[in-house]
Write a protein that binds this ligand. Structure first.
Ligand SMILES: *Cc1c(COP(=O)(O)O)cnc(C)c1O
Length: 385
C-alpha cells in the first residue's frame, strides 16, 4: 500500500488507517546520532519495521548508513534514491548478488559458500564486492560459527588479494543485550573482540566493526564500535526498557461500522466466548487479525474512544472486532484509536504486545496490507504528493 502525505486530520477517517509520525522517528534518530556520536546505521528492514519510507528522514537526522535483511530491501532503498552505504546481511546463496554489487550494496557474509557467490558476481562485473564478515558470538543463528571463522577470514583475504572483494566490516550480534547483567553479554563481547583480532591477524583491515543494536547501545553492554545498528529504537521500541527518550511513531485508528444496544447474557463473536453480564452497547470495528490485531489479544485488549479505554469483547475475527462501550452509544464513522503514542491514555504498541504475549516488534511489523498508511509530520505539514 503506498504511503501518502496528508495534512493532519483528527476528524473523520473513512477506512482503518495507520499513521506514521515522521517527527517521532526523526527525534529518535537524533537521539541515537547523539548517543553513538554519529555512528548510526539505521536499520530499515521489514519496511522500516512497518513504518514505510523513512530513509531520507533518518539520513537527514544523522544516519550515515542503512541496514536491511535482504538484497531486495537494499535495492528498493537504492531505487528510492538513497546514496549512503546500505548493508544487507541475510543473503541466500541464490540471491541477486549481481544487482547488489552493481548497486554498491554492502553484503553480510557468514560462510564460504556466500563468499564464493559474491566473488562470482564481482568477477562477472569486474568490480569489487564490499563485504562485512559476520561472526556468530553465541546466538547460534546467522553468523559464521567460531569453528569456521578462521578459514572464512583466510578465504576472504585471498579473494581480496585477487581484487574481487573488499572486507569493509566485521559484524556480530548480541543475544541477551536487553538484560544488561546477563553473563552472556561479556562472553559475546570478548568473542567479538577475538573475531576482529583474528581477522586482522589474517591480513584483513576492516574499516568498521559493529556489534550493538538498540538494547546494547542504550545499556552500553555492546561497548564502543564504529557503527551501531539501530532498528527498534528508531521506532520508539526499547527492548531494555531503560530509556525515557524514545517515542512511538505509529497510531492505528479505525471508524466504527455500527453500534447496537444488547441485553445481558448475549454471546459475542465466534464460539460465544464472551457473554454480556449486563445490558450494554457494542460497537463494531473493521479491523481483525488479518489487519494485525493478534487474535491472542482477545479478552484482554482495549481501544480508546471518547477519552477512555474500552475492552474488545469476544474473539478477534479475521476482519473485525467488537468493543463494549457501556453507556456510550458510538456513531457509525466515529474514530476509535487502537494504539498510539500513549499521550492521551490510549493503548500503546507495548500494551498490545503484552496482551498478545509478544514483543512490540511483532505488533508493528504485522499491520496488514489493507490498512491505509499516511506519513505525518506533527510540526511541519508536508504538501500532498
Ligand atoms: C534487526 C537487526 C538489528 C536491529 O536490532 P534492533 O534491536 O531492532 O535495534 C541489528 N542487527 C541485526 C543483525 C538485525 O537482524
Amino acid at each position: 500500500m503506498p504511503y501518502a502525505s496528508r495534512p493532519r486530520a483528527d476528524a473523520v477517517i473513512s477506512t482503518p488507517e495507520l499513521s506514521v509520525d515522521e517527527d517521532a522517528i526523526r527525534a529518535n534518530a537524533r537521539y541515537f546520532t547523539r548517543l553513538t556520536r554519529g555512528r548510526l546505521m539505521a536499520v530499515l528492514k521489514a519496511d522500516a519495521f512497518g513504518h514505510g519510507p523513512v530513509a531520507s528522514a533518518v539520513v537527514e537526522e544523522g544516519a550515515t548508513s542503512l541496514g536491511v535483511a535482504s538484497i531486495d530491501e537494499a535495492l528498493a532503498l537504492r531505487r528510492s534514491g538513497v546514496d549512503v552505504p546500505v548493508l544487507s546481511w541475510l543473503n541466500p546463496i541464490g540471491a541477486d548478488f549481481l544487482s547488489a554489487v552493481s548497486e554498491r550494496v554492502d553484503l553480510g557474509v557468514a560462510s564460504a559458500d556466500a563468499l564464493h557467490a559474491t566473488v562470482r558476481a564481482a568477477h562477472r562485473l569486474g568490480r569489487r564486492a564490499r563485504l562485512h564478515l559476520h561472526a556468530d558470538l553465541g546466538m547460534t543463528r546467522d553468523g559464521a560459527p567460531a569453528s569456521e571463522w578462521r578459514s572464512l577470514c583466510e578465504l576472504a583475504r585471498t579473494a581480496e588479494r585477487q581484487g574481487h572483494v573488499q572486507i569493509v566490516g566485521i559484524m556480530g550480534h548480541m543475544s541477551c543485550a536487553d538484560r544488561p547483567d546477563h553473563p552472556q553479554n561479556l562472553r559475546e563481547r570478548l568473542r567479538f573482540d577475538a573475531a576482529v583480532r583474528s581477522a586482522r591477524h589474517r591480513g584483513l583491515a576492516p574499516a568498521v566493526t559493529h556489534l550493538a543494536a538498540t538494547a546494547a547501545t542504550i545499556t552500553g553492554v555492546g561497548g564502543d564500535h564504529d557503527l551501531h545498528r539501530i532498528g527498534a529504537g528508531l521506532y520508539g521500541i526499547d527492548p531494555s526498557r531503560t530509556s525515557r527518550e524514545l517515542r512511538f511513531a505509529l497510531a492505528l485508528r479505525a471508524p466504527v461500522i455500527s453500534a447496537r444496544r444488547v441485553g445481558a447474557d448475549v454471546g459475542v463473536g465466534y464460539g460465544a466466548r464472551f457473554t454480556t453480564d449486563r445490558p450494554t452497547h457494542l460497537a463494531l470495528l473493521p479491523l481483525g487479525y488479518a489487519d494485525g490485531l493478534p487474535r491472542a489479544a482477545s479478552h484482554r485488549a482495549e481501544v480508546f474512544v471518547r477519552g477512555r479505554r474500552r475492552p474488545i469483547v469476544g474473539l478477534i475475527s479475521m476482519d473485525m472486532a467488537v468493543i463494549d462501550t457501556g453507556d456510550d452509544v458510538l456513531n457509525p464513522g466515529e474514530t476509535v484509536t487502537i494504539f498510539g503514542p500513549g499521550d492521551q491514555g490510549e493503548p500503546t504498541v507495548a500494551d498490545w504486545a503484552r496482551w498478545s504475549d509478544t514483543i512490540e516488534h511483532e505488533i508493528v511489523t504485522r499491520i496488514g496490507a489493507r490498512v491505509s498508511r499516511v506519513t505525518r509530520r506533527t510540526h511541519i505539514e508536508r504538501t500532498p504528493e
